[in-house]
Design a protein around this ligand. Sequence first.
Ligand SMILES: *Cc1c(COP(=O)(O)O)cnc(C)c1O
Length: 357
Amino acid sequence: MKKHNFNAGPSVLPRVVIENAAKAVLDFDGIGLSLLEISHRTKEFEAVVDEAVALFRELLGVPEEYKIFFVGGGASTQFFQVPYNLLEKKAGYVNTGVWSKKAIKEAKLFGEVNVVATSEDKNFTYIPKGFDIPKDLDYLHITTNNTIYGTEYHEDITSPVPLVADMSSDILSRPVDVTKYAMIYGGVQKNLGPAGATFVIVREDILGKVSRPLPSMVDYRNHIANDSMFNTPPVFPIFVVKETLKWLKSIGGVKEIQRRNKEKAALLYAEIDRNPLFRGTTAVEDRSLMNICFVMQPEYEQLAGEFLEFAKSKGMVGIKGHRLVGGFRASCYNALPKESVEALVACMQEFEKMHVK
Ligand SMILES: *Cc1c(COP(=O)(O)O)cnc(C)c1O
């Protein structure tokens, strides 16, 4: 049976990317060795990093004064690496869920943290808007897509202080005005590749301003100066990211992927709103295009387990909601085909016929 991969992360990748990754593991670039058994300092692998960075720059429209590099450690390492490099006195954070909270917790180890806005009062079902951003902050940190709760900023906000964004789960899903940010980072395992690599995009002029000494691996300037090769980088994940970026370019880039993402999300949200068994969990205007959360209507609550089993029998994978939200979450990342969303919608309609007279 065909599987429809709605996993939240690691998650679906384009088939052609998986095939090219498998080939490179067997014989990389016709050199007679596996990608996994060569030095990262060979010209063949350096070309992979260069191409990944160049495609990232081109697809997202990253201006020259920003540097792009890959490191290990996941987005969670950035939660402390960001304040380590940037927090001298006080930083601002917008609290939109679990990942924001983890970032806030780490930042407090390095200085004062001002939570300038939060949606915790309504279990993170919306994106706070219209809040004041004090001018005395070293930076403001936001999480552009809240993977667990299914909310997303649909516009790039304007900040009077350097804006730092965790874009782990919506990177390259839509056009972004990079000039509004001082730094963008994320784990690659949601929209770009397998687990193991983190991307960092940073405007160089914000670095070197803190007075504390920085361990070499923590200092962003070392990673920039060495083009992702300060130590052995996660070679396989970077290769796969490069393949995903090539795929994204081949289908028409971020404008086209945004059109597809909007189309997929509209299909599923329309069914959630129409089907008497289900309801959405977030403010309509802040609904994520990447992670679509929904629950049973209260009067059908007892059918939740049965729906999960039914969906599974139809090939749906990964639609159980996060334990903090309950219900269901269908992650519809860039590589998820529209056919998978159509299959889920058909499944919801069939389940409705079985249970609503
Ligand atoms: C998944 C995720 C993380 C955590 O990423 P790791 O690479 O596992 O550290 C952080 N932020 C967001 C928004 C995420 O979706």
